[in-house]
Design a protein around this ligand. Structure first.
Ligand code: FMN
Length: 189
């Protein structure tokens, strides 16, 4: 790919709140995942792991979502449970991004977290560049003890996102280019 094309893809990337079947096939997904691990990583700690959830396994995730919402809710129970469970079916593939904190004098936790975030962003970008779509969500599920326990997230770990992945709708949002001067400036002192 020419760099111009790459930059164009990066500038057009967008999230899709609904993703459809089919997801990227196993081979393509594998290629994207391998490439995504080239994200910067201070001291090469690889302080992360990712769980892929698809097909029938989404039922179990949906049940965790429902259990969590029931736990924190005071409203009408059955509707809440149904709505929460369906959230696991908003895409054919869900990738749970987990930072696994390591004790390291030189690499504080915040650096480890953003190293993990870089991988998730890379996956989303690779998925988009391949003609599919994704959206990174956390909501209150990411910090839920019920969801954490169900996914066997350890005490030294945090869920930093659920990347919902699938085929994207045909229509994309028309993006307004960001005003770069609001965010970038050359230092002139
Ligand atoms: C750490 C993180 C958590 C997010 N959590 C949510 C979320 O729970 N729900 C949501 O609708 N969007 C969430 N977003 C935002 C979407 O991923 C997306 O960026 C946003 O909808 C804007 O769309 P765009 O990526 O096309 O600009 C989150 C983004 C990040 C980086």
């Amino acid at each position: 790919m020419m760099s111009k094309e790459f930059i164009k893809v990066m500038g057009n990337r967008q999230s899709f709140s609904r993703l459809f079947d089919p997801p990227p096939d196993t081979k393509l997904m594998k290629d994207i995942l391998v490439a995504s691990l080239r994200s910067p990583d201070h001291m090469g700690l690889r302080p992360y792991r990712f769980i892929l959830i698809s097909g029938e396994q989404r039922n179990k995730l949906g049940e965790l979502f429902a259990e969590h919402k029931l736990d924190i809710s005071v409203d009408e129970k059955s509707e809440i449970s149904h709505v929460a469970k369906q959230k696991a079916f908003r895409a054919p593939l869900i990738i749970v991004g987990i930072v696994s904190f390591q004790e390291n004098q030189r690499v504080p936790r915040w650096e480890q977290k953003i190293a993990a975030a870089g991988v998730i962003h890379n996956i989303g970008l690779g998925v988009y560049a391949s003609g599919f779509g994704s959206i990174w969500r956390t909501g209150d599920f990411a910090s839920s003890d019920i969801v954490r326990k169900g996914l066997k997230v350890n005490s030294n770990e945090e869920i930093i996102g659920f990347l919902y992945v699938g085929s994207r709708p045909e229509k994309q949002r028309k993006l307004k280019p960001a005003a770069i001067d609001d965010f970038f400036s050359y230092w002139s002192d």
